[in-house]
Design a protein around this ligand. Structure first.
Ligand code: NAD
Length: 483
């Protein structure tokens, strides 16, 4: 079996911020991979646009180095890199000024899909949208791609939406949440809606609780100043974890199309209850196990920004009333591990005398590392000696099940950029979705900011603060190990 590649229409893609970190690490290496996969056709062109005074060749050298650094050696070769670089051009441009814009306008070719990736600080989004319009560079079919963070609260997200809406319709705006581009995340929808197996059980009656974990081992080094103004709630929960929660909790959309899927996700966000202060645990890592402290990188030595958060939330609708969703995410934890675990309830009646080995069924969807799914089921313990129970995993590692194909699967950015060119918004956040997520997150953040709550310290390299364990223990449940 091979990954099926359908070439996209020829395009002119302008990357504002084409010399920045995100462009070098993700966007440009990703486009190279799509080029070698045969998805990006011959006539397509990528135009880097940023402040630095570079020639086309200077930009190509930068991109070559980025590919060498970020694409593994066995996935690239000098000849295809050289071919790819022929599709690149560069324009020095000032988002706030006049230089470069007319030249950019002259480069755009009729009949091509036009996409503009705003890989710059959100403060420049308005300027870029305005200039593209003013110079007649964006047409009615053009698409713009915007990055996180999309606001830091409801008011700023609304303001950004308004700035973009001045010149672009909602169906031209692609708000990236790269979690939605992950293979396993989309598989979550396939598992739920292409199998009859799970959906009848997918409700409070049969599901005891859901855990969503995004654990990182990295610290905030290099992003300390940005992160300190954000924290785990704004940086991870309001967007990435919220998107995962929506995909698990939403009703089946009538069709796998952008409006239908996003309508259902929006309903979930709107049905979220406010979170009580006692259902939130915030943490900040301190030096331990050879790792430094959060405060080493924060601008403010007294910072009370959280690098960890765990919270319990409830969705008030027919399907989920009574099933808590526990979310947690943090930096500098024991292991890098992202997963969703759905724990089912006990069978209504047991026919076995010896129940000592009994455990709940759990469906674990692993996002990283080793993407795949695991269904924990009960079987008979092998051997004589009567009927005793034990739990075993039905393990489906995608790498194992799909073999080499798994390596050819595009990463999140690659897939999402190709979706932009195809004009498919299903895996992008709609403006009202982002605003609804902030409307839920704002009072939670205002709560601890107003009270001046200090996060609890946790050891670097541990699994988070003690109180996070208590959050589940007091409900008679426990977190899955982070490993
Ligand atoms: P960066 O600071 O590395 O690069 C910024 C880019 O913007 C540079 O190319 C710079 O030349 C350009 N720029 C700055 N001012 C400009 C102006 N006035 N006119 C034209 N170009 C200008 O930033 P980054 O890390 O690449 O991040 C870009 C965007 O992506 C930000 O919105 C960031 O929040 C978001 N983002 C980045 C990452 C990441 O991993 N780096 C992850 C998620 C989201």
């Amino acid at each position: 079996m091979a990954v099926r590649v359908i070439p996209v229409e020829p395009f002119d893609l302008v990357i504002f911020g084409g010399t920045g970190d995100l462009a070098r690490r993700k966007i440009l290496p990703g486009l190279y991979r799509r080029f070698t996969a045969g998805q990006m056709t011959g006539e397509s062109r990528i135009i880097g646009a940023a402040r630095a005074e570079l020639t086309d060749d200077g930009f190509r050298d930068m991109v070559r180095e980025a590919i060498e650094e970020f694409v593994p050696a066995d996935r690239r070769d000098a000849a295809s890199v050289a071919d790819f670089l022929q599709h690149l051009a560069y324009i020095a441009i000032d988002a706030k000024g006049t230089s470069g814009w007319e030249q950019l306008g002259r480069l755009m070719r009729p009949g091509m899909v036009r996409a503009f990736y705003f890989s710059v600080a959100p403060a420049l989004f308005g300027d870029l949208a305005e200039r593209l319009h003013q110079h007649g560079i964006a047409d009615a079919q053009s698409r713009i791609v915007v990055e996180k963070p999309f606001g830091r609260d409801l008011a700023s997200a609304r303001a950004l939406n308004e700035v973009l809406a001045r010149h672009f319709r909602e169906d031209q705006i692609y708000r990236i949440d790269h979690y939605l581009g992950k293979e396993t995340v989309q598989n979550l929808m396939a598992v739920r809606f292409a199998n009859i197996l799970f959906e009848p059980l997918w409700k409070a009656e049969y599901i005891d609780h859901v855990q969503i974990t995004v654990a990182e081992t990295v610290d905030v080094e290099g992003r300390g100043a940005y992160y300190d103004k954000s924290g785990a709630m704004r940086d991870m929960v309001q967007n990435h974890l919220m998107q995962l929660l929506c995909l698990i909790a939403m009703e089946p959309p009538y069709h796998f199309d952008p409006s239908a899927v996003r309508d259902e996700k929006l309903k979930v966000i709107r049905a979220l209850d406010p979170v009580k202060p006692e259902d939130i645990v915030r943490g900040q890592y301190r030096a331990a196990n050879g790792g430094g402290s959060y405060l080493d990188h924060a601008e403010n030595p007294e910072s009370i920004t959280e690098s960890y958060i765990a919270l319990k939330c409830h969705i008030s609708n027919w399907r989920w009333k009574g099933t808590p969703f526990y979310l947690r995410t943090g930096k500098k934890l024991r292991a890098r591990s992202s997963e969703i675990a759905i724990t089912f309830r006990e069978p209504p009646h047991s026919i076995f005398d010896d129940e000592r080995g009994w455990r709940e069924n759990v469906l674990v969807i692993r996002l990283q590392p080793n993407e795949g799914m695991n269904l924990m089921v009960m079987i008979k313990e092998p051997g004589p000696g009567g009927m005793r129970l034990m739990q075993v995993p039905l393990d489906m590692s995608f790498a194992q099940a799909l073999g080499e194909v798994a390596e050819d699967v595009p990463d999140a950015y690659e897939r999402l950029i190709m979706d932009v060119i195809r004009g498919n918004q299903t895996l992008f956040m709609r403006g009202d979705e982002v605003e609804a997520a902030w409307a839920w997150a704002d009072p939670i953040i205002q709560g601890w900011e107003g009270r001046g709550d200090r996060p609890q310290p946790y050891d670097a390299g541990s699994s988070g603060p003690e109180d996070a364990l208590m959050l589940m223990h007091r409900d008679g449940r426990r977190w899955r190990d982070i490993r």
